[in-house]
Design a binder for this molecule. Structure first.
Ligand SMILES: Cc1cc2nc3c(=O)[nH]c(=O)nc-3n(C[C@H](O)[C@H](O)[C@H](O)COP(=O)(O)O)c2cc1C
Length: 202
């Protein structure tokens, strides 16, 4: 089977990409509006793209009418965000926070998600998240250049919060304890509870 992407409708392009490039980690992003209202939303077109400086990339689509999602709108007035990783215990709350709420209504409050203050940035962080990165926007790039339909958020990591409960005896991450969820195609998700090791060739 071959698929000529130039012949596909946008929704089909999304479906083929989202169901093949799997599992995708989920960035659970908190931001703050200019009025000080917190916002929380998940994004799975997400990856670490550099470790020096430590940088995360999040793709936020524009809405059908061309308007910005609340996350991008907030980042246009403040360059601070917290990017959380989502474990199985937080999956339902993460999903609930993807609801489209009117601008100015906080998913933290609407979905009953407990928050704690961040240290270096203004947006609060999810209290129960196993990993939270306090970040500053390095760049927001509309994409593609000719007729943008999304914003690529380059976020530089300033401070990481790691739940001690996900560490092993040597103080390193135990992936089984971390138990992150990954996005598959459709409504499916994976858990990172199964792993195997391979030694690199010399
Ligand atoms: C698991 C999951 C992954 C998602 N990934 C993306 C994504 O990569 N890009 C995107 O624009 N929306 C994504 N969404 C949808 C957004 O979370 C949703 O549009 C949300 O309402 C945006 O919130 P905001 O307007 O507060 O920024 C995803 C939703 C879920 C549940």
């Amino acid at each position: 089977m071959q698929i000529d992407f130039s012949q596909l409708a946008p929704l089909d392009r999304y479906r083929w990409m989202a169901s093949t490039v799997t599992p995708r980690p989920i960035a659970w992003v908190s931001t703050l509006s200019a009025d000080g209202v917190s916002n929380l939303a998940p994004f799975s077109f997400f990856q670490v793209i550099s470790d020096d400086p430590a940088t995360l990339l999040i793709n936020v689509n524009h809405r059908q009418d061309g308007s910005y999602k609340d996350t991008v709108r907030n980042l246009q007035s403040s360059d601070e965000l917290v990017v959380h990783l989502v474990n199985f215990a937080q999956a339902q709350a993460m999903n609930a926070s993807s609801a489209t709420l009117d601008y100015g209504i906080s998913e933290f409050e609407q979905c009953g998600i407990a928050s704690v203050p961040s240290q270096l940035v203004k947006p609060p962080r999810v209290a129960a998240a196993p990993v939270a990165f306090e970040c500053r926007v390095a760049q927001i790039q509309p994409y593609p250049a000719q007729s943008p339909n999304c914003s690529l958020i380059f976020a530089e990591v300033l401070l990481a919060h790691i739940d001690d409960a996900v560490l092993d005896g040597r103080g390193r991450i135990d992936p089984h304890k971390l138990d992150l969820v990954g996005r598959l195609g459709g409504m499916a998700y994976a858990r990172t509870q199964q792993s195997f090791e391979m030694q690199r060739p010399s």
